[in-house]
Design a protein around this ligand. Sequence first.
Ligand code: 13P
Length: 260
Amino acid sequence: MARTLMVAGNWKMNKSFLEGLVLANDAINHALGSANITVVLATPFIHLHTVGGMLKDYSHYMKLAAQNCHHESQGAYTGEISADMLRSVGAEYVILGHSERRAMGETDELLAKKASAAIKAGLKVIFCVGEPAEVRERNGQERFVKLQLERGLFNLADDEFRQITIAYEPIWAIGTGKTASPDQAQEMHAYIRSLVRQCYNNLVADECTILYGGSCNALNANDLFSKHDIDGGLIGGASLRAEEFGNIVKARAAKQYIRN
Ligand code: 13P
């Protein structure tokens, strides 16, 4: 089986309810016709249910995602949302391990619990990893990302791991306008795939979708997506601009999948 090519928009904490509906409507229109890839809208919690309804007619390739979930399924956790609750409003994916949440104190151990809970609830997970600038400066990115994967993800069984999309998001590239070069990103993606191969097997590694995130936009998407191990993008800022998001989707859809 070919691996899934994907462009996911992470809106982060942006847009009022009505602004979000306008953005979703525009993003859907600009992404129409790219049914050979998976397009994901990761909205704030307040938009999920309504945007889920808007995606219904395109649900064979456009998917709804949340940006976080709790590791327990219910209970006295004021302000939290469980994976089951996300399923109940139509989410199919959840982003976990984003560096912006790790920076607020989420540990690898907590993320392992969240990933496991999300999969048990029937969600697919977009799991983010990536090194800060000072680690890149001393060339420590491989070791750093390896530890994040070993501690946060590699405890999953084969069939659970197949629900995972990995997003490599170097922290120094997020929201900075400083993208990893296609070669830098490819090098890390190939490394991540080799770790999946070691921990699981060839089939799981070949099918694992690995996204790049960090100042990915309509101008650099084409070069990034030309790389063999870059299966798509996790888009922050540019996903708030519907036409640009649509152009990134089109750039991904235009590139033929090349099997390992
Ligand atoms: P930017 O595209 O704004 O750099 O954000 C990337 C990101 O964090 C996506 O999750």
